[in-house]
Design a protein around this ligand. Structure first.
Ligand SMILES: Cc1ncc(COP(=O)(O)O)c(C=O)c1O
Length: 385
């Protein structure tokens, strides 16, 4: 077999995208201008429903503002899924609240609703979930618990552009949702993020807070330079340069999602014949994943061999990653602050310690997918001998 070169993630930037960015640079307005506004409107249109969208400098910025503007802070607790990016939990810590971790479901990697209720205390204010790898969470069960206990729901949709739960785009099911446009995501703005909500009042608060809490944007000022500051804020704006790139990318989102779905389906088929492997995936036709990547969980004799297998795949030119490298409560910061008992989050531990994430982005062709399947099967065979 000839060695191929298949990166795990590759931003898809076209000449048209580059021209759009150049056009902004040739003008006078580089930030809080028309591009960011248009990006928000187009993102809202893509999501459908009553989406209010606020463009921001990163997904983490969006999570921080979500908790802050929902009024969650010192003394409060938030139930957070253990299997996620550190940002999902850090946002809770940054506002001074305490994340209380809950294990995930082994088939999807998503928060396990059946384990939430026993963790609720009088201090619990919210549930922070992630649509893991773009697979939608069991929102009916989560929203039912949240409504019974008067909890807010914050959806981390960083990997879930295009993910729909029974036809509603994720991010619009709970109280607030966030997206990330980091380079390996479905679409990129370099760095960037989007806050979304069905609640206009909350989106307005987030919009004010992202620009120092000033009462008038640049274009709303009758006397240049004059404004007042009625509330506390920060600077988390997305520049017009980044927003122009995002607008170009968003135009191709349907094509991106279609290609990811086809690539995922093709690659998943290859794993049917590879023993001791299980692909994390959505388990219902009513739920649409955005197919961020294909994560294979190894079991039986392969379970302890992940770190042996990955270098062999990489040497064969196959880019891989791990989503995510540790259950969040096992990361040093959280372990030292709150303690950690091995075996407390068995499903999250299994996914962190025994899984390999493979690429399914639009940069892959049919030969790449066939190659990944063949090399993986061969590597497993050799590792098992
Ligand atoms: C699930 C999840 N949430 C949040 C983030 C943070 O997004 P950003 O890098 O845009 O701050 C990431 C990673 O980038 C992520 O994977």
């Amino acid at each position: 077999m000839t060695i191929r070169s298949i990166p795990f993630g590759k931003p898809w930037v076209t000449d048209e995208d580059r021209q759009a960015v150049m056009q902004v640079l040739q003008g006078d307005v580089l930030t809080h201008g028309p591009q960011a506004k248009a990006f928000e409107a187009e993102f809202a249109q893509f999501m459908g429903g009553d989406a209010y969208c606020v463009s921001l400098s990163s997904g983490m910025a969006a999570l921080h503002l979500a908790y802050w503007q929902l009024g969650i802070g010192a003394g409060d607790q938030v139930i957070v899924t253990a299997q996620t990016h550190i940002a999902t939990a850090h946002a809770v810590e940054v506002v001074g609240a305490q994340p209380v971790f809950v294990d995930c479901d082994s088939a999807t990697g998503n928060i396990d609703p059946s384990r939430i209720e026993r963790l609720i205390t009088p201090r619990t204010k919210a549930i922070g979930l992630v649509h893991f790898l773009g697979i939608p969470c069991n929102m009916d069960a989560i929203l039912e618990i949240a409504s019974r206990h008067g909890l807010q729901v914050i959806e981390d949709c960083a990997l879930a552009i295009g993910t729909r739960y029974k036809s509603t785009h994720v991010g619009l099911l709970g109280d607030a949702g966030i997206f990330s446009f980091y380079p390996v995501k479905h679409i990129t703005t370099g760095d960037g993020g989007m806050f979304v909500s069905r609640h206009k009042e909350l989106a307005d608060k987030v919009s004010k807070a992202r620009g120092f809490g000033v009462d008038r944007t640049f274009s709303e000022r009758t006397i240049p330079g004059m404004y007042d500051v009625p509330t506390l804020g920060i600077n988390y704006r997305l520049s017009d340069i980044n927003a122009a790139l995002g607008r170009g990318q968003l135009k191709r989102i349907d094509e991106i999602l279609r290609r990811r779905r086809a690539n995922f389906t093709r690659l998943k088929n290859a794993f049917k014949n590879i023993p001791y492997t299980c692909v994390l995936d959505s388990n219902s036709d009513a739920l649409t994943s955005s197919h961020y990547c294909l994560s294979v969980v190894l079991s039986g004799p392969l379970a302890s061999k992940r770190n042996q297998i990955v270098p062999l795949l990489n040497q064969a030119g196959i880019g891989t990653s791990v989503y995510y490298p540790q259950p969040v409560p096992r990361m040093t910061y959280y372990r030292q602050k709150y303690g950690y008992k091995t075996g407390e989050y068995p499903n999250a531990e299994k996914i962190s310690d025994c899984s390999i994430a493979l690429p399914v982005g639009p940069h892959l062709d049919e030969q790449d997918l066939e190659y990944i399947g063949q090399v993986f099967a061969q590597v497993v065979k050799e590792t098992n001998q």
